[in-house]
Design a protein around this ligand. Structure first.
Ligand code: ADP
Length: 311
């Protein structure tokens, strides 16, 4: 098949992003334009819609947003509720979304994601969840005792991820968070990961780029926002299949799958539906944005977006 050389009809692509100056947004715009597509950045938070209309539509001020062949949702964590409603509305209009609304919502719920991945046998750190602060001792036990990690369910970029060195410390942290009504997970501490994780960038059932992020000295969290560094990394076939399977289970065509290298094989931390492009493109030198646009060109058809993952 000479897919690469085949002439594809040009598309009109909408990028749902709050900020056209973000590296990821700019990179997608450049990649789309380079391939001759028409591209527009849409600040989805400023859109409104008539959800009951028999002719579904989305407006930006007075403008009726029509004629898009595909959208790329880049929905910020704090806009999940409204942002996925906008994506859903585009889907109702028959516009292809590279990641569908249901999959984005699913991936934003850490607990639900872990349960879905566990059901399909994906490697995960032993994880506990409880409502009652009195269950704190049991959560510590589930994780095999201290040290263990306590995580706020709503946290991002490593904020609200705590390493408890002793069982007593863990119980106090759990009780304190629960006292504030925050939902938390307790998790086995993967010490052997040595403060690093592997970000596998998945596009259409393939890992197209992978990097290792290393937390700064004395930090167990590898988040780049916390001063971690990133470098291209060769991954094992097992890591590759774990990442692609995890994205598929979540129903995401484009995903950032974060793995830790544990003594019992790769374990999934998180599956991100709007993975950043800056870190991965800089670390690997790959045109990841271009691969996303090429994937869309191969797959976008009116009404093609549909629920693939379960739950
Ligand atoms: P966030 O979504 O806020 O980034 P994560 O759950 O991804 O939170 O945790 C942030 C970082 O902390 C991870 O990238 C990883 O480096 C480290 N970390 C998280 N959970 C564990 C764990 N169970 N064992 C070892 N390190 C962990």
């Amino acid at each position: 098949m000479s897919e690469a050389t085949e002439e594809k009809p040009k598309m009109k692509i909408g990028i749902l992003s709050r900020n056209r100056k973000l590296y990821s947004t700019k990179s997608l715009v450049t990649a789309a334009e380079k391939r001759g597509h028409e591209v527009r950045v849409i600040d989805y938070a400023k859109c409104h819609m008539n959800i009951t209309s028999h002719r579904p539509s989305i407006y930006l001020g007075d403008e009726d947003l029509r004629g898009f062949d595909a959208i790329i949702p880049r929905i910020g964590a704090s806009y999940t509720f409204f942002g996925t409603a906008v994506v859903r509305q585009f889907e109702m209009m028959g516009v292809y979304s590279v990641n569908e609304s249901v999959a984005i919502s699913r991936s934003r719920d850490k607990l639900r994601s872990l349960q879905l991945l566990a059901r399909k046998g994906i490697g995960l750190p032993v994880t506990g969840f409880a409502h009652d602060p009195k269950a704190a001792g049991h959560l510590v036990k589930i994780c095999g005792g201290a040290p263990l990690v306590i995580k706020l369910l709503e946290g991002t970029q490593g904020v609200g991820v705590v390493l408890a060195e002793t069982g007593k410390a863990a119980e106090s942290v759990i009780e304190a968070f629960r006292g504030l009504n925050a939902n938390i997970l307790s998790q086995e501490f993967i010490k052997e990961a040595g403060g690093s994780d592997i970000r596998c960038f998945v596009v259409g059932e393939k890992v197209v780029a992978a990097m290792k992020r290393q937390g700064k000295e004395g930090e167990f969290r590898s988040n780049l926002h916390r001063g971690g560094t990133a470098n291209i990394e060769k991954i094992t076939p097992e890591e590759r299949s774990t990442a692609t399977r995890a994205a598929k289970i979540m129903g995401l065509n484009v995903a950032g799958v974060d793995l830790l290298r544990s003594n019992h094989g790769p374990v999934v931390m998180e599956v991100n539906s709007s993975p950043g492009l800056e870190g991965i493109e800089m670390a690997t030198g790959k045109d990841v944005a271009g691969m996303i646009i090429d994937f869309i060109a191969r797959n976008a058809r009116p009404g093609r977006t549909r629920t693939r993952g379960g739950g």
